[in-house]
Design a protein around this ligand. Structure first.
Ligand code: SF4
Ligand code: SF4
Ligand code: FES
Length: 285
């Protein structure tokens, strides 16, 4: 393969299912205001008698106090908790510090609520094995989001961006008596897009969204936009493209593909965005 092709992701199959990415080489407190600097917190020793233990460094932030964010270290008893990072967090909350705050619901990669930054890569805590993490495991909330508490990001803005793409079926053809039918080959066009669980790992990892998140819709919302553009039952493609054809909303994507690399469902938002751009070109010709 020519060198220039080496980094082009042509299919989500190329994205490893278990990438072991390490932290981006940026100093932790680089460029942040004094009040946001992360300080060393307290260390919680493993319970007496624990044999197999592992350290977890976890970002803590309490909005009700004046203290800076801090990094607490917890020694987890691996023989007393399950195999996933989420299991370790639940063990800490149940056995060590009940104030540790994080979101979770399904614990099987379906709800998207446990998305966080694990060893420098955005992923779901419930689908990341503890044994795949470094020592200590480094657990932060999703980057580039306002933090409500500890590992809980405020998703208000990114959900508003999702709402903006009008993620529902739009058709002027009168609804049939039963459901709107779809040929199997048309249904297959949704594969790779309908599986998105809106965890926002991709949007949090997108450099364009870091700099222009107020106007760039980001990979999660744009992948969802493509999911409706490619749905044979939807009849609002023209209006949807009008909404997206904008220097910021769509074209701030510079095909860096952080989004595709970090998607814990193995989806390819970068490809979805490229297909939207192609559809806009096609309708002009
Ligand atoms: S595309 Fe992947 S990373 Fe982005 S919101 Fe959907 S499931 Fe999460
Ligand atoms: S491909 Fe586009 S949306 Fe994905 S990370 Fe890069 S700039 Fe962001
Ligand atoms: S708890 Fe639902 S995706 Fe992790």
């Amino acid at each position: 393969m020519p060198r220039t092709d080496a980094f082009i992701v042509r299919s989500s199959d190329q994205v490893p299912k278990h990438p072991l990415l390490k932290r981006f080489p940026v100093p932790r407190n680089f460029g942040v205001t004094p009040g946001s600097r992360i300080e060393r917190g307290r260390t919680w020793a493993a319970p007496a008698g624990a044999v197999r233990t592992k350290a977890f460094e976890i970002y803590r932030y309490d909005p009700d106090g004046d203290d800076n964010p801090r990094l607490d270290t917890f020694e987890v008893d691996l023989d007393a908790c399950g195999p996933m990072v989420l299991d370790a967090l639940i063990w800490i909350k149940n056995n060590v510090d009940p104030t540790l705050t994080f979101r979770r619901s399904c614990r099987e990669g379906i709800c998207g609520s446990c998305a966080m930054n694990i060893d420098g890569a955005n992923w779901l805590a419930c689908t990341r094995y503890i044994e795949e993490t470094g020592t200590p495991a480094q657990i932060y909330p999703l980057a580039n989001m306002r933090i409500i508490k500890d590992l809980v990001p405020d998703l208000t803005h990114v959900l508003a961006q999702y709402e903006m793409i009008e993620p529902w079926l739009q058709a002027t053809t009168p609804a049939p008596d039963r459901e709107r039918l779809q040929a199997p080959e048309d249904r297959a066009k949704l594969d790779g897009y309908y599986e998105c669980i809106l965890c926002f790992c991709c949007t949090s990892g997108c450099p364009s969204h870091w700099w222009n998140g107020d106007r760039f819709l980001g990979p999660a919302a744009l992948l969802q936009a493509w999911r409706w553009l490619t749905d044979s039952r939807d009849e609002a493609a023209g209006e949807r493209l009008d909404l997206l054809e904008d220097p910021f909303r769509l074209y701030r994507c510079h095909t860096i593909l952080n989004c595709t690399r970090t998607c814990p469902k193995g989806l390819n938002p970068g490809k979805a965005i490229a297909q939207i751009k192609k559809m806009i070109v096609d309708r002009q010709s």
